[in-house]
Structure formats: structure tokens, C-alpha cells
Design a protein. Structure first.
Ligand code: ATP
Ligand code: MG
Length: 242
């Protein structure tokens, strides 16, 4: 039987009368790069916020690595091996780039020297070593996104949830990030990837779920999704804005 690392089962999230996530189910296999796409307001970030414990779910189940995540705190979920990046990156601007990544490392070690060693390793992986001593707030957006990636990689996650990590980047910067994501997956990390850039999504994802108005509209391979008439009508036909 195929081992799934994450199961989302009939998940609902309501904000008052606004149904942000409506009865969504899917599961993610180990070492997959799994895409989550859909128009603005479809519920993608809300789903991440539920999975990572920032929002309580209205109903449904989230099972990660054989553990039920509902009602667990974000820090507990992080300790179980689930890390996420934020759509709007928010490094601690007055701390250095290295210190920001050490904060990630401190989730798995309390030894300062060890955290620093782990942080330096991640800065090498994302190509930010030259910026280690710079204040994080001084970085342009492209490098802030790399810093965000290094910070979560320093937690040595089993699963990484990426919320528009390529948002606001040019093609070259996007390609660099995609290469880093591929190598992270090749070392064994499972990835869920929210992104509007369809070229990036189809080039990197093994499987994709499409959300629309909180509901699951479709699920399949990149080829199945890009040829699905419902997906084309609701999302790919144009008119949406990243
Ligand atoms: N904290 C909140 N309180 C109330 N409503 C919220 C909250 N967070 C999200 N929503 C609502 O949930 C719905 C889904 O929003 P969400 O941010 O998850 O969409 P998204 O798919 O990530 O969109 P985008 O592509 O623009 O990032 C929207 O209607 C939004 O207004
Ligand atoms: Mg979002």
C-alpha cells in the first residue's frame, strides 16, 4: 500500500457565514511535490493555516505522519516535522540573515553553536552565505524568499508547506527556487506547493489539487489539470491575478 504522509479528510473551515474551505479531502504521498492551486480567495492559505494549527478547523480531520493534528498548537506541529512558509514573508528585520535562520534551527536544538552550524548549512543550500551578517530587513524580495526557505529548512522538516514562495520573483529567481525545492525533495522532504505561476506548478508538481470557492474542483497530474475543462473555466482561462 502507498504510504501517505498527510491526509486531509472532509475539512471545513468557516469564518462566520463565509465558508473558506468546504469539505476538502486529499492525501499527499511521501516525497511528492504536491501542488495546491486556485483563484484568489479559493482557500489555499486558509488550508495551510488549518494544517499548521494557526486556525482551528470547523470540522474534518488532518492526519500527519499517523498523528491527528486537529487542536494541536503550531509549535507542536512544527516539532512533528511540519514547516511552512508565509505568503507575506516577515523576517525579523533587525536580526541578521544568519540569526533569522538560527531561529528555525532552535526548534530542533537549544545549543547555540549547533544552531549556527545548521543555519550556515542552510544558507549555503539556498545561496545566501554572502549575506549571513546583513540585517534581514535590508534584503530585496527575491533574497527574502530564499531566507524564508532557509529558515524552514533549518527545522529539518518531513513536510514543507510553501505558500507562494515564488510570488513576486522573476523567471531566473523562480527557476533557482524550483531547483532548490527539487533538491530538498530528492533528499526526502515532502512538499505542498501553493503557486499561481502555472509554468512553475506544472514543471515541479507530481500531483495537483485545484480549489475554487473553498471546494475541491479537481485533482490529478499536471497534464490532467491543465486539460480539465472545469479548471480552465474557473481558473486557467485567465482573468485571475497573482
Ligand atoms: N482570518 C480570517 N478571517 C475571516 N476570513 C478569512 C480569514 N482568512 C481568510 N479568510 C477568508 O477565507 C477565504 C479564503 O482566503 P485565503 O486567503 O485562504 O485564499 P487564497 O486561496 O490563499 O487566496 P490568494 O491566492 O489570494 O492568496 C477568503 O474569502 C478570505 O476572505
Ligand atoms: Mg493565499
Amino acid at each position: 500500500m502507498i504510504q501517505h504522509l498527510l491526509y486531509i479528510k472532509r475539512l471545513n473551515k468557516h469564518f462566520g457565514g463565509n465558508v473558506a474551505v468546504a469539505d476538502v479531502s486529499f492525501s499527499v504521498e511521501e516525497k511528492q511535490i504536491f501542488g495546491l492551486i486556485g483563484p484568489n480567495g479559493a482557500g489555499k492559505t486558509t488550508l495551510f493555516n488549518c494544517i499548521t494549527g494557526f486556525y482551528p478547523v470547523t470540522s474534518g480531520d488532518i492526519i500527519f505522519d499517523n498523528q491527528r493534528l486537529n487542536k494541536r498548537r503550531p509549535d507542536e506541529i512544527c516539532h512533528l516535522g511540519m514547516a511552512r512558509t508565509w505568503q507575506r514573508v516577515k523576517p525579523l528585520g533587525s536580526l541578521t540573515v544568519l540569526e533569522n535562520v538560527m531561529i528555525g534551527a532552535f526548534s530542533i536544538t537549544s545549543a547555540v553553536g549547533e544552531a549556527e552550524k545548521m543555519a550556515i548549512e542552510q544558507l549555503n543550500i539556498v545561496g545566501l552565505s554572502d549575506y549571513a551578517t546583513k540585517p534581514a530587513g535590508s534584503l530585496p524580495i527575491g533574497l527574502k524568499k530564499k531566507l524564508e526557505l532557509a529558515r524552514v529548512l533549518a527545522t529539518h522538516p518531513k513536510m514543507l508547506l510553501l505558500d507562494e514562495i515564488c510570488g513576486g520573483l522573476n523567471h531566473t529567481e523562480t527557476d533557482t527556487i524550483l531547483d532548490i525545492i527539487r533538491s530538498v525533495r530528492n533528499k526526502g522532504t515532502t512538499i505542498v506547493f501553493i503557486e499561481h505561476d502555472m509554468k512553475a506548478v506544472t514543471s515541479i508538481c507530481d500531483r495537483i489539487v485545484v480549489l475554487n470557492s473553498g471546494e475541491k474542483l479537481a485533482e490529478g497530474t499536471p497534464e490532467e489539470i491543465t486539460n480539465n475543462p472545469d479548471v480552465i473555466a474557473a481558473y486557467l482561462g485567465g482573468g485571475h491575478h497573482a
